[in-house]
Design a protein around this ligand. Structure first.
Ligand SMILES: [Zn+2]
Length: 237
């Protein structure tokens, strides 16, 4: 991924918050905004959505440092001034603070990432203005073609990286946990006091076991059974 996609911090506002209706949308578009606030950072924007009580929300805020996921992409957020836009588009607020060149790049990377994940092309990107007529994103309307061209290029690079095997950062995290049935034996033996290094065993659950380890474990189990037999005998059961 190199530098194309910015760091994305997931910091959703709580379910039940005034500005998170929680209803599922039918996402078809990405709507681009500017914050119209020269001072606020992505974190400020996120906290602003969490705090306000006037039905304002968007899915991401991005500044020169990072992107913050504020509302899950599949949920409705109130950012376009239209019912249709809110129901069908993912809202990205682009901050006007800090290094605007870097912010531009981060916004391009974030947008390209979402397009790639959804198998969308750049014709899915829209301005806030296209919904409601509002002068937004106010700093990008003049440079809209350049902005979407950059996203197109970033999208191509991301797709090519995928073809080459991609970057580990972009792949969904592998589930490293073994299925439960594979761990049953380990858990049982631990409960019985016959296995100790549970994390080690769990990590190596799919690895072959050397003969010495198998035999030592069997020896331990045998001794355990034998000692129980002894107790039974001595207590006369
Ligand atoms: Zn807007």
């Amino acid at each position: 991924m190199g530098d194309i996609v910015p760091k994305i911090k997931v910091d959703y506002i709580p379910e039940g918050n005034q500005n998170r209706p929680g209803t599922k949308g039918d996402m078809q578009w990405i709507t681009i905004h500017n914050t119209a606030n020269p001072n606020s950072t992505a974190q400020n924007e996120r906290d602003y959505v969490a705090r306000r009580e006037d039905n304002v929300g968007f899915h991401y805020a991005v500044d020169d440092q990072e992107a913050i996921a504020i509302i899950p992409e599949d949920e409705v957020a109130w950012h376009t001034g239209t019912r249709e836009g809110n129901r069908t588009s993912i809202g990205i607020e682009i901050c006007e603070s800090g290094d605007q060149k870097k912010t531009w790049q981060n916004a391009v990377g974030l947008t390209a990432k979402i397009l790639k994940e959804r198998g969308w092309k750049t014709d899915r990107i829209r301005t806030h203005k296209s919904w409601s007529g509002k002068n937004c994103p106010r700093k990008l309307l003049d440079q809209w073609d350049e902005f979407t061209d950059d996203i197109e290029n970033a999208l191509e690079i991301l797709k090519n990286e995928d073809k080459k095997g991609g970057d580990i950062m972009e792949k969904p995290e592998e589930n490293t946990l073994a299925p439960e049935w594979k761990l049953k034996g380990i858990q049982y033996l631990q409960e019985k006091g016959l296995l100790y290094d549970i994390e080690g065993w769990t990590e190596k659950v799919d690895e072959p076991m050397p003969v010495w380890a198998v035999t030592l474990l069997l020896k331990r189990i045998h001794e355990d059974l034998a000692s129980k037999d002894d107790k039974k005998t001595s207590s006369g059961e």
